[in-house]
Every structure is written in structure tokens, then in C-alpha cells.
Design a binder for this molecule. Sequence first.
Ligand code: CMC
Length: 432
Amino acid sequence: MSKTVTITDNASGKSIECQVMEGTHGHPVVDTRALSKELGMFTFDPAFVTTASCESAITFIDGEKGILLHRGYPIDQLAENSSYLEVCYLLINGELPTKTEMDSFVFSIGRLSLLHEGLLNFFNGFRHDAHPMAMLAGVVAGMSSHYHEEMDIYNPEHRNMCAIRLLGKMPTIAAKSFRYLLGRPYVYPRHDLGYVENFFNMMFHLPNREMAMNPTAVKALEIMLILHADHEQNASTSTVRLAGSSQANPYACIAAGITTLWGPAHGGANEAVINMLQEIGDVKNIGPYIDRVKDKNNPTRLMGFGHRVYKNFDPRAKIIRGVCHQLLGELDATGDQQPMFEIAMELERIALEDQYFIERKLYPNVDFYSGIILSALGIPTNMFTVMFAVARTAGWIAQWKEMMEDPSLKIGRPRQLYVGAAKRDYVAMDQR
Ligand code: CMC
């Protein structure tokens, strides 16, 4: 027998039976769609803390147990055995690819990595000190002005082309924004290099010297991209879905996701973590900083700590912590990143033993370590969220595509509890 939940309006005595829906894993959800029709009421759930906004077969998170699965595969297995592009394929298509499927996917992405010269010109309109996230959002939205002939959102082949085009061009746009800020010449993408190697080459190659590719650095960035590829219905992904539900084109939707990711409570946290570690500056200053974080009258938060869903630990943080150790051991010959890493380790240790964090189930999230890794890779702080956006493009596309393929797609339209002025008559200006 199917489970139901009864909701009764005690004032009228009217009741409705709401179906309880069970997924493959995770909490059951109550289907409240009849509520407004039958009882004339809406549910109130600011910040969607207890609302399932869609059915999805892409990613599963168990925040209590610290589990993250993509299409059923645990994140630690993917990080260890897979590549970023294979994870992209998996997220977007639902299954791991065969060799032939993978070869064709990689080839198409490489082929479409070049940026139209007209799009390159967009960059010249930005100030010399523009935030690269602004450039990324602007140029990705600008892609909608270039590929009209393959932008029918109801055509599966066009949807696929948009997906490939975005995966191909995101690193190119990201690297161009980085070089624009430095005043360095643009480096065209290379089809003969792997996805991560090509990204590194576009970021760091200089015309007057040979560039050595460090395999540990390549592996670290590959893992970073895998760990950030998708994360269920987070703020930026929900934004992409909401924008897409209005039938906006995918480039506009992904640009909306990029701008949402920018905030320090979301993708901007890795940048904020580095700023925080620099502000702390020395292990001896950790105590007073933690006191500030715990002070109710102070808005300071321990950046890289806490998560809306993970209330045990963030499985991505566990993996990235190991990568961080290995990378600093091998790459940081000068020891530049070591003091920051030591502050991070000590901060983590102190916070994890502190009642404030224990009671609130605040654990390090993926961003607590990702900034240190990116710094060790030579990526400046203002590029961190851009790197996150490049990785998350896979998830945004997969979620957008899943939504577009759902025959029951409707425009997203939350309701509200109106608490403003009651109806009143207009007052002429001379009588106010
Ligand atoms: N430092 C200090 N206190 C915190 C923190 C923190 N980082 N996070 C939550 N709290 C406290 C908060 O003050 C509240 O305390 P009280 O119950 O006494 O009022 C309690 O914990 C619950 O906080 P909340 O704001 O209701 O939790 P939330 O689920 O709405 O917020 C969060 C989740 C990630 C926005 C928040 O933990 C935060 O701001 N963390 C720092 C920013 C950060 O690292 N963000 C990256 C998230 S992971 C990457 C991604 O998915 O984008």
C-alpha cells in the first residue's frame, strides 16, 4: 500500500491525503501539489530547506552519512579511477561510456574548444581589473548571440551540441579571462592535449619559453574538477533549472548559474577561505579568530566550514585534503603554501574539537582545501570561483538537459506569504 500523509485544515475540518513519494535512496518526499487546489494554501519553506524541487536521477547526497553518488557511483571511486571528461559523460548521459563513445566525446569537445574571434573581442570591453567571474558570465551569456542555428532547446541534437560546445569553450573562456587580467597574449586551445593539460597550457604557456607540465599538478586539477562537477540541487544548479524552465537558451541559463555561484556562501567560499587564512596569518591568531566566529554579534563565519546538506562530513573534503598533502609535498618546493596549509590544519583541528562547531554539525567542506590547492597550482585567488564554474558546467548542463527532457516541464514559479500593506487607495502627492 502506498504511504500517504494527511493534512487537515482545523478551521474548516477539510483534509487531503498527500502521496508520499519514495526515491532510490534518501528521504521520502510528500507530494503537496493538491494543497492549493483543495485547501487554498501554499507551503512555506524559505530557502527551500525542506523542499524537493524536482525528480532527478543524476546525483544523490546523504548529508548525514557523508555520501555523494553520481549516477550511483561513489565520488571517491570516481576521483580515484575516472577522468573529468568521463564524469561529464556519465553525468550528462547517465552511464559510463564505452571506449568508442568516450573517444568520440573527447574528440567533439576538443574540436569545439576554439572561441569565435568575435567572442574574443568581448574581453576588450572589460576593465583591466574586472573580476574574471564577470567576464565568464558575460562571455558565456554572449555565446547565445553566436550559435542560433543549433539552439533549438526541443531538439535533442541541438541540446547535445550546446553541451559539447559549453564543455569545450569554458576552459578557453576561463583561461582568456586570466590572461586578460595579466595582459598576457591569448593562447589558443590545443586539440592534441588532454582537457586538463590544454587548460594548463592556455593558462600558463608563454611564447618565449617552454612549458613543463607537472603530472602531479595535472592529476590534482583533474581531481578538483571531478569533485566539483555536480552537487544536486544547490543554489547555482537550481538557478540554471529555474532559468531553463522559462525556455531560455542554455548559454543564458549557464550564465545565470555562474553569477549565482559567485557568492561567498556558495562557490566564492574557496576565495574567502584564502582571504581568511591570510587574515589569520599565524597559528597563534587562530584562537581569537575562532572567538570572533562564535560571537553572535559578529557576522564573521569560518569560511570553508558548514554545509546546508552535509551534517557529518563532506566526502569531497576528505579526498581533497589528501590531494592537498600530496601536492604541497611535491610541488611546493619553496614552501610558499606551507604556512597557509599549517594554519588550515590547525584551524580545522581546533574547530573540530570546539563545542560550537560540534553542536551545529559544522565540518570542513570542499572549499576549505580547494583554495590551497589552487594557490599551489599558481592560480590567483580571484580565479578560484572561475575554476569551480568550469568544473560545475558538467552538472549544470546535465541538470538542464534532464529538465528539458522531462515531458512534465513547467515554468518554475514559487509563491510567497505576502506581509506588505493591506489594500489601500492611492493618495495624491499634495495630500501625502
Ligand atoms: N561559521 C560559523 N558558524 C556557522 C557557520 C560557519 N561557517 N556555518 C553555519 N554556522 C552557524 C550559524 O551561525 C548558525 O548558528 P545558530 O544556530 O547559533 O544561529 C548555525 O551554524 C546554522 O547555520 P545556517 O546558516 O542556518 O546554515 P545553512 O545550512 O543555512 O548554511 C552555509 C550553510 C554553507 C551557507 C554556511 O555553513 C556557511 O556560511 N558556511 C561558510 C561558507 C562556505 O564555506 N560555503 C561553501 C559551501 S560548500 C561549497 C558549495 O556547495 O558551494
